[in-house]
Design a protein around this ligand. Structure first.
Ligand code: NAD
Ligand code: UGA
Length: 454
C-alpha cells in the first residue's frame, strides 16, 4: 500500500487529501499539522472548514484510509510520498516585505522531512510557491539527510473554495512538474498513477519543475486580471449609463474571451489572488523586469480602487455623511459557500465605513462574530501570521454588531451593503427589509444579487 502524508491540514491539505483517499482506497493518506486544534477539528463532527460536500467525503474514508494526526514525525518518516501544503503568506517584514512570499513554514517543513526520513521519498510542493523554490528545497533536503534520495515534484492546486470538492472530483487539469532525469520522470509517473485513479489521462499535464511552479502564479494572475478588467469597466459603465452586466455578457459571448469570471464586484478577495500577484511582481522585479512587474501590479491597484470606490459611493450617496448612521452589511466571507474571510473585501469596506464613523451591523451565514471582530482589528497581511494578532480596538467594538439574520441586520438601518453573493440574499423579502429601514433607504449591491425589477 502506498503511504502518503500531507503537511498542512488547511483549506488545501484537508479537502485534497480527503478526495485522494476517497478515490484511491489502495493508498493510505495521513494529514498532519502543527496545530493540534486544527487536527482535533478534522477528527470531530464539525470539520475545520466549511466546504459543500466535504463532510460526506471525509465521513466515507476517515478511519479507513484517511487519518488526521499530530504525530508529524512518525507519519512523515513512514510515507513514500510527502505533500507539503503549508501556508506561504506575504512577508510582513524584512527583504521583500509586503510582496515576497514568506517561506518560513515551507522551509521548516522541508527541514523536518530531512530530519525524520529513513527511506527515499517523493516530496510534492502543493503550496503555491515562487518559481525555483524546488531548487532551494532540494538543497535543504539533500544537505540535511543521510544518503536518502528525494525527488521534488511541483503539483500546484487549482481548486477554488466553495467548489473545492467539485473541482477536485473533476479538475480542468492536474499539473505535475518534475526533474527531467530518469528518477525525476519516475517520480512524475508515480504521482500521475495516483491521479489516474479518477482523472482522465489527457487532463494530467506534465512539465518541468519551473513551468509547473510558474503556471500556478500565472493562472491566478490571469484570473484576477479578468476581474480587475471587468471592475475597471464597471467604473466607466457607472459614469456613462452602460450596464456592466450587459457589457460583460456581450464581451464574454466572444468564444475567444469566454463567459466565466467576468462578474463585476466590490473587488476580489481570498487568501491567494493578491498574495500570488504580489509574489509574481516581486519575482519580476528581482529578475530585472520592472515593466512586467508594473503590468501585474495594476491588477491589485484596480482591486484596491474598486473597494475604496464602493465606500466612496456609499458615503457620497448618503449625503456625504454616514456618521452614526446604521449600515447593514450582508455577507462578510470573501465569496459564497465558504466561511473564509481572508482578504475579504468586506474588511476594507467595513474599515472604510467605520473610518467615516458609521455603525455597522453585519450578517453572514458562515462567519462568527469572533472572526469578524478579529478581522476588523488586524493589520494588512497579519491574518496569516498568528503571532502578530492585534487586540480589538475599543472603537471598533462599539461600532460593530453582528446579527443572526439579514432582517435583523437591516432593521433601522439607513443603508445596506451586499458584500457576498450568498444565494439566500437573492430571495430575501426586500419589501419587508425596506419597511424596517430608516428613510430614505439605500441598497449598495456589491455583488449584483438584487434584481431591481422585482
Ligand atoms: P491554510 O492556512 O488553510 O493551511 C495551512 C496549514 O499548514 C495550517 O493549518 C498550518 O498550521 C499548517 N502548517 C504550517 N507550517 C506547518 C509545518 N511546518 N508542518 C505542518 N503543518 C504546518 O492554507 P491553505 O489555504 O490550505 O493554503 C496552503 C497553500 O496552498 C498556500 O500556499 C496557498 O497559496 C495554496 N493554495 C490555496 C488555495 C485555497 O483555496 N485556499 C488554493 C490553491 C492553492
Ligand atoms: C482562486 C482560483 O479560482 C483557484 O483556481 C485557485 O486555486 C485559488 O484562487 C488559490 O490559488 O487559492 P478562490 O480564491 O478560492 O480560488 O475563489 P475564486 O472563485 O477564484 O474567487 C476569488 C475572488 O474573486 C472572490 O472574492 C470572488 O467573489 C471574486 N470574483 C470571482 C469576482 O469578483 N468576480 C468573478 O467573476 C469571479
Amino acid at each position: 500500500m502506498v503511504k502518503m502524508c500531507c503537511l498542512g491540514a488547511g483549506y488545501v491539505g484537508g479537502p485534497t487529501m480527503a478526495v485522494i483517499a476517497l478515490k484511491c482506497p489502495d493508498v493510505e493518506v495521513v494529514v498532519v499539522d502543527i496545530s493540534t486544534a486544527r487536527i482535533d477539528a478534522w477528527n470531530s463532527e464539525t470539520l475545520q472548514i466549511y466546504e459543500p460536500g466535504l463532510d460526506d467525503v471525509v465521513k466515507q474514508c476517515r478511519g479507513r484510509n484517511l487519518l488526521f494526526s499530530n504525530d508529524i514525525e512518525k507519519h512523515v518518516s513512514e510515507a513514500d510520498i510527502v505533500f507539503v501544503s503549508v501556508n506561504t503568506p506575504t512577508k510582513t517584514r524584512g527583504l521583500g516585505a509586503g510582496k515576497a512570499a514568506d517561506l518560513t513554514y515551507w522551509e521548516s517543513a522541508a527541514r523536518l522531512i530531512a530530519d525524520v526520513a529513513k527511506s527515499d521519498k517523493i516530496v510534492v510542493e502543493k503550496s503555491t510557491v515562487p518559481v525555483r523554490t524546488a531548487e532551494a528545497i532540494e538543497k535543504i533536503l539533500n544537505h540535511n539527510s543521510d544518503g536518502i534520495s528525494f525527488q521534488i515534484l511541483s503539483n500546484p492546486e487549482f481548486l477554488a473554495e466553495g467548489t473545492a470538492i467539485q473541482d477536485l472530483f473533476s479538475p480542468d487539469r492536474v499539473l505535475i512538474g518534475g526533474r527531467e532525469t530518469r528518477e525525476g520522470r519516475r517520480a512524475v509517473e508515480a504521482l500521475k498513477d495516483v491521479y489516474a485513479h479518477w482523472v482522465p489521462e489527457d487532463r494530467i499535464l506534465t512539465t518541468n519543475l519551473w513551468s509547473a511552479e510558474l503556471s500556478k502564479l500565472a493562472a491566478n494572475a490571469f484570473l484576477a486580471q479578468r476581474i480587475s478588467s471587468v471592475n475597471a469597466m464597471s467604473a466607466l459603465c457607472e459614469a456613462t449609463g452602460a450596464n456592466v452586466a450587459e457589457v460583460a455578457y456581450a464581451v464574454g459571448k466572444d468564444s475567444r474571451v469566454g463567459p466565466k469570471f467576468l462578474n463585476a464586484s466590490v473587488g476580489f478577495g481570498g487568501s491567494c489572488f493578491q498574495k500570488d500577484i504580489l509574489n509574481l511582481v516581486y519575482i519580476c522585479e528581482c529578475n530585472g523586469l520592472p515593466e512586467v512587474a508594473n503590468y501585474w501590479k495594476q491588477v491589485i491597484k484596480i482591486n484596491d480602487y474598486q473597494k475604496s470606490r464602493f465606500v466612496n459611493r456609499v458615503v457620497s450617496s448618503m449625503f456625504n455623511t454616514v456618521a452614526n448612521k446604521r449600515i447593514a452589511v450582508l455577507g462578510f466571507a470573501f465569496k459564497k459557500d465558504t466561511g473564509d474571510t481572508r482578504e475579504t473585501p468586506a474588511i476594507d469596506v467595513c474599515k472604510g465605513l467605520l473610518g467615516d464613523q458609521a455603525k455597522i451591523s453585519i450578517y453572514d451565514p458562515q462567519v462568527t462574530e469572533d472572526q469578524i471582530q478579529r478581522d476588523l482589528a488586524m493589520n494588512k497581511f497579519d491574518w496569516d501570521h498568528p503571532l502578530h494578532l492585534q487586540p480589538m480596538s475599543p472603537t471598533a467594538i462599539k461600532q460593530v454588531s453582528v446579527a443572526w439574520d439579514a432582517y435583523e441586520a437591516a432593521k433601522d438601518a439607513h443603508g445596506i451593503c451586499i458584500l457576498t453573493e450568498w444565494d439566500e440574499f437573492k430571495t430575501l423579502d426586500y419589501t419587508r427589509i425596506y419597511e424596517s429601514m430608516q428613510k430614505p433607504a439605500f441598497v449598495f449591491d456589491g455583488r449584483n444579487v438584487v434584481d431591481p425589477e422585482s
